[in-house]
Structures are given as C-alpha cells and as structure tokens.
Design a protein around this ligand. Sequence first.
Ligand code: UDP
Ligand code: MG
Length: 328
Amino acid sequence: MDRSEVAQAALPGARSHRGRRLSVVIPMHNEEAVLAALFERLDAAMADLGVELEIVCVDDGSRDGTFELLTARAATDRRLRILALSRNFGKEAALTAGLSEATGDLVVPFDADLQDPPELIAEFLALWEQGYDVVYGVRADRRSDTRLKRLSATLFYRVFNALSDHPIPASTGDFRLMDRKVVDALMQLPERNRFMKGLFAWVGYRQVGVPYVRPARAAGASSWGYSKLWRFALDGVTSFSTAPLRIWTSVGVVAALLAVLYGLVLIVRVLFIGRDVPGYASMMAVILFGFALQMIAFGVIGEYVGRVYEEVKGRPLYMVRERVGFDS
Ligand code: UDP
Ligand code: MG
C-alpha cells in the first residue's frame, strides 16, 4: 500500500494524541537478552510524542532473568507495570492479560525482541488522529524470515481467508495501535482460544494498515517452532470457521455418488462380461481411500470437540503470580 493513498483516505473527526495516555503491552518469554536494547529504543522513539507512557510487561513464565531485570527497572521507572504469570501460558494469553491491565486511551501490543519497530508508533498516532481506531503494521518485507516460513504464512492467510467470514489482512501481526473502545470490545470476547489476529479483525472499527519492514530478532531466539505454528494455524481456522467441519457432508455425498456409480458399472460388467475375480488392487485402493477420508473427517471433528471442551471447562486464560507497579 502506498502511504499517500492512506493520507488521502483520511476520515473526518480529527483528534490529538497530545497528553493522552498510551499503553505499550509487551508479552515476554525468556527475553533477558533484549531488555536493555528494548527500553532504550522504546524511550528514544516515544520521547517526543507528547503522550503519557505506560509500559505493561507480561512475564509469560520466563525461566531466565527477565522478571528480575524488570523488577529492578520498575524500582526507578514508574511507568513500568509488571504482570508475572504463574507459568508459560503462550503469547496469546500473555497478550490478553496485558491488554486487560492496560489503562491507556491508546494501546499498542508490541514484541519484546524489537521486531516491531517502536519508531512506527508516531506514524500510527498520526493515522489515529485522522480518525482510524485501529492502525496495524503490515510486514511489507519479510526478508528476515526463512523462505519456508514465508511460504507457509502465505498459504495460511489464503486458506484462512477462504474459510473465514472475517478475513485478516495478510502479513499483519499483533503490532498495532488501538483506541480504547477497540480494546474494550476485545475484552468482551469471552473465548479461551485467543487467536488475536482473528479477534482483532472480528471486532471491526475503522482500520488501516501501515507497511513496514520487519527486521530480524534483536537478540535471543524465537520460541515458535513449526509444530507450534501448526497448532496456531489450526486454532485460527477452527475458531473462525466451521467450514472444515461442514465440508464432510459434501465430501460424503460425492463419495457415495461415486460409489453408487462404480457399483453400477461393476454390476453391468458382471452381467455382460461375466464374473471378474481379480481386482484386489482396485478394491484395496477404494477401501483405503474411503478409510483415510473417514479418518480425516474424524480428526476434524476431534479438533472442534476438543476446543468445545476447552471452552466449556471455562478455566481462566492465565494465572497471575505477581503484580509489580500497579498500585501507583
Ligand atoms: N512470547 C510470549 N510467550 C510465549 C512465546 C513468546 O510471551 O510463549 C513473546 C516473546 O517474548 C515476544 C513475542 O511473544 O515478545 C513474540 O515472540 P517471538 O519473537 O518468539 O515470535 P516470532 O517473532 O518468531 O513470531
Ligand atoms: Mg520475534
């Protein structure tokens, strides 16, 4: 997207961010290596914006010194609030926890590893002033990702948007600026399965994207392997579409029709050509194929039933071990 396009599409209702409270929400899992650089970049980027900054750090069960470093910092930095979860609940839960604690008029979820450049927040604010309630970053250049990761991401967005009634813009992450009313709307969604990108799209409001180049991690290592990404993709699709569940009716009908046709062909053959005993290979092929289809269908139903079970249990999304800096 061209930036001038965005500017021309300005909405009425100008407002100013000066003097507003802005909450940055940062989920952290074993991020001790980047903390110093993170706060330095964040401070530099926010210095001249004229907003009152609140930094909500969610320690998502880190096993390194993340929490200790944060508390040491909080002793001298009154903008810092630390929410330590009782164990690792995953990024989506950590982000939800942080969003529910953020008190800002404006809220920006942010990755600890500086893959979301804080300098972009100034641009987000300018668009918010033009009347947009959600300004999200679009990863214009994913050179820092491996080819396989880019390919799987493209494929995921294709499949997701084909199936879901609430398309998510390709190559967006959680990095975005949200108006208070959008955060309140998000907090009203009760589901346990927090596929944030999908929820962000579902709530609606006036949204606009800003392209940016996503750099590589500043330090430390990504905690997302491919198996975790696969679970994440399944979570996303299943919580925003029931198409995978319903498609089996059509597949079943087509398979049954084909079976009837093939049965007729066989009967006609026996009547006119005679009995045909060999045919083990074709028989096995048909049986195995049908069996595999059934297994997939069962598996898909299992994915949904499992998630229904998770929702029905109604357990809290996360447990808080400690809160630092919230009283002030
Ligand atoms: N994160 C988290 N809990 C987890 C995994 C990750 O809070 O279980 C945080 C992590 O500290 C970082 C953000 O989520 O701030 C993004 O994680 P990461 O950089 O590992 O993901 P990637 O950028 O590779 O998608
Ligand atoms: Mg990262």
